[in-house]
Design a protein around this ligand. Sequence first.
Ligand SMILES: NC(=O)c1ccc[n+]([C@@H]2O[C@H](COP(=O)([O-])OP(=O)(O)OC[C@H]3O[C@@H](n4cnc5c(N)ncnc54)[C@H](OP(=O)(O)O)[C@@H]3O)[C@@H](O)[C@H]2O)c1
Length: 328
Amino acid sequence: MSSGTFKAIVARKTDTGQTIGLEEVDDTLLPAADVTVDVAYSTLNYKDGLALKGLGRILRTFPMAPGVDFAGTVRSSDSPDFAPGDPVVLTGWGVGENWSGGFSARARVKSEWLVKLPPALSPRQAMAIGTAGFTAMLCVMALERHGIAKGGEVLVTGAAGGVGSIAVRLLSRLGYRVVALTGRPEEEGFLTALGASEIMDRTMLQSAGKPLQSERWAGAVDTVGGTILANVLAATASEGAVAACGLAGGTDLPTTVFPFILRGVCLLGINSVDAPKARRAEAWNRLAHELTAADLDSLTQEVALEDVIGLADDILAGKVRGRTIVRI
Ligand SMILES: NC(=O)c1ccc[n+]([C@@H]2O[C@H](COP(=O)([O-])OP(=O)(O)OC[C@H]3O[C@@H](n4cnc5c(N)ncnc54)[C@H](OP(=O)(O)O)[C@@H]3O)[C@@H](O)[C@H]2O)c1
């Protein structure tokens, strides 16, 4: 179905980089695929910040709408798996990178990329979770698969950010003792309300430390990488595991093999973009079950589509608390 115009934030290539702005567009912006969605909400993730600023080579095709996730209702479908009106959510698959994404009132995507929303979640609540919350759940599931026992002490880095704050909420609800590492001590109240038992100042782990340190963490969710991740590995207890998903503090990993070969520590890589369909459905069902409406409200701020460009600098500077829902 092709009809009318709709608004979208559009990135266009120039000789020197890209332009980005709110436009009135039509279906020619959208790639060919079998399901068209009326987008109700998207969100601002760290990767969207990079895309909006033309950094990190996130956007690979032009013109397109950035936005790595969205939730809404099916507008038209050539797939037997989806019918008009179905509530759906999408995260990953390169959408908002090499495929027009969620900062657009309309999106057209492959049916196999879509997940039907669990009945307990509205499109707005799904985007309060978004890519960040989905990734936090994948981290938690990875630690569970590794066998990290409930009650153990688990560190979450970048705790006041999107992935970090939902990881704190999930892990504390599941019965772990959560220590929240943050560069924003002023967010102590926010993190404690999410269930953190202890707040640790980021500066404690920012300088290079010994390759093996006192064993403390049964597990960890790391969203920042770099020296902090190296220090987390060095202080992870025997047979513990660290789920690493982010690079907000750096892309390097200045570690040694000692945590791995002397303590059996495991580094678990988390990639939400290409997560297999069955794991996606499991993660979304768990998220719908473990998080309450009050949790999601406490984690989120809502902005209009036209405001999202102005927030890119803030998320890259680590100034955004929790999750930012973008109302389309
Ligand atoms: N692997 C995947 O599939 C996947 C999926 C989603 C996100 N990610 C990655 O996960 C990371 C977090 O994403 P997000 O959307 O949650 O971003 P976000 O909301 O900006 O959160 C990142 C947090 O990291 C901390 N931080 C920022 N700069 C830092 C620095 N220089 N050193 C140490 N900590 C710093 C801040 O928390 P505090 O103020 O509390 O310290 C910040 O809030 C990003 O790197 C993103 O690319 C990966």
